[in-house]
Design a protein around this ligand. Structure first.
Ligand code: PLP
Length: 458
């Protein structure tokens, strides 16, 4: 069969090497849906079926699909100047305007500059290089280790996959790099000890970090990286006081704080940045996803003034940059996207819709025999499934693939959620523009799907 007589579905199966998919199975069977268009929170597939997208793609299409203002800005910029680079101090206007806007939105966090890339992973690679360069400039070449958290997700390049705390993403590639360590995440359902309140749980996790830094040698530890709310690792909002306790330890040992705001940045948690919502004082921030609502790939490292002073001090060329750094088309998309978020009051809407989502999930699933916990913050939420509820819950045998079966049952009913890796958890992170009634539909479908899997397991 030639390419001209094949359907896009056939070509996808035969020619596309899919990320985070089983290569042989995809080549043999193809995937569940080929999406051809989107509007608001609804996607349409090639076979005409529609899906409510409870995940905004991969936690990213914050202004919803098909927003004319963003689309028009992309078109305008493509006609005027689709691309020019930013090496050797060359500049284009859109990234300059965008960097200034981003710094304005960070408010009182002490930020100064933005280094642009095109994915969260490449931005976290840039973070690692910046931190290493920073300590080389300060004459501390041994201060290079980076501490991340188990279940953290920071991307998949060699350095960022090392920071990611999910063993499945290390095993095939001989990772993590030797400079990376991981500590316990603030995962209340499984890590909190009986009787431990938020303050005690936070203090214990901070003490663990302190002990690790001391054991490694504070003069060898450069930075700590954390998502404000661990997203792909389970949607884990930290206990009250967690970040202040962690940051006291980091300050004591002169260790930089990197806030990975790839999911939380630009409104997802009900403030412009997760750092604002959770009292984080980052030295460096990673941004991507919501900066353009994923209409065009764009990421960035936001550098604080005091780190910039060191990085800008040596007078030599900074030997790092991507062809697509400071991409003018991506920056134009970002400026339009951020204007939409501001004009439509979407950050405030996140809090209202998030409250509605969690309330409905709790009503529909909070007491369900399969549900161990409903959790979330802002417009991101999760439901975790357990074999036994109660004070000391028990996990399902992973081979039962409970969460994956529930997401499949949701998809069959016209709703897209995600089964998160290494946990029986499904997540919800819809567009900020979602209607309350659409949230009600999402939750009703989730309940039906959970019931159908519960019946099959009984
Ligand atoms: N950091 C966080 C917190 C993420 O959630 C992700 C992706 O989901 C990344 C980094 C990696 O971003 P990308 O997939 O654009 O490389």
């Amino acid at each position: 069969m030639t390419a001209t007589t094949s359907t896009p579905g056939d070509l996808d199966r035969r020619r596309v090497f899919h990320p985070f998919s089983i290569p042989g199975a995809h080549e043999r069977d193809g995937g569940p849906a080929m999406i051809v268009s989107g509007s608001g929170s609804t996607l349409t597939a090639a076979d005409g079926r529609t899906y409510l997208d409870a995940m905004a793609g991969l936690w990213c299409v914050n202004v919803g699909y098909g927003h004319p203002k963003v689309a028009e800005a992309i078109h305008r910029q493509a006609v005027k100047l689709p691309y020019y680079h930013s090496f050797s101090s060359m500049a284009t206007d859109q990234p300059a305007l965008l960097a200034d806007k981003i710094i304005e939105l960070t408010g009182d966090l002490g930020m100064s500059k933005v280094f642009f890339g095109s994915s969260g992973s490449d931005a976290n690679d840039t973070q690692v290089k910046l931190v290493w360069h920073y300590n080389n400039l300060l004459g501390r070449p041994q201060k290079k280790k980076i501490i991340a958290r188990h279940r953290g997700y920071h991307g998949v390049t060699v350095a960022s996959a090392s920071l990611t705390g999910l063993p499945a993403m290390h095993a095939q590639f001989d990772l993590p790099l030797p400079q990376v360590r991981h500590v316990t995440p603030p995962y209340s359902l499984w890590e909190r000890r009986p009787g431990e309140d938020d303050a005690a749980f936070s203090a214990r996790l901070a003490a663990e970090l302190d002990a690790l830094i001391v054991a490694e040698g504070p003069d060898t530890v450069a930075a700590f990286i954390a998502e404000p709310v661990q997203a792909a690792g389970g949607v884990l909002p930290p206990p009250e006081g967690y970040f202040p306790a962690i940051q006291a330890v980091l300050r004591k040992h002169d260790v930089l704080m990197i806030a990975d705001e790839v999911v939380s940045g630009f409104g997802r948690l009900g403030g412009w940045f997760g750092s604002h919502v959770l009292g984080i004082e980052p030295d460096l921030m990673t941004i991507a996803k919501g900066v353009t609502s994923a209409y065009v790939p764009l990421s960035g490292v936001v550098v604080s003034e005091h780190v910039w002073k060191v990085l800008s001090g040596d007078g030599g060329v900074f030997q790092h940059g991507y062809t697509y750094s400071s991409h003018p088309l991506a920056a134009a998309a970002a400026l339009a996207n951020l204007e939409v978020v501001e004009e439509e009051g979407l950050v405030a809407q996140v809090s209202a819709r998030g409250d509605h989502l969690r309330a409905r999930l709790n009503e529909a699933l909070g007491d369900h025999p399969l549900v161990g916990e409903v959790r979330g913050l802002g417009l991101v939420a999760a439901v975790e499934f357990v074999a036994e509820r109660g004070e000391q819950p028990k996990r399902f045998d992973p081979s039962l693939a409970v969460a994956a079966r529930i997401t499949r049952a949701c998809l069959e009913r016209g709703m897209i959620t995600r089964a998160l890796p290494a946990a029986d958890t499904i997540s919800f992170s819809p567009p900020f523009t979602i209607a309350e009634q659409e949230i009600d539909q999402i939750v009703a479908i989730a309940r039906e799907a959970v019931d159908s899997v519960a019946d099959a397991l009984a």
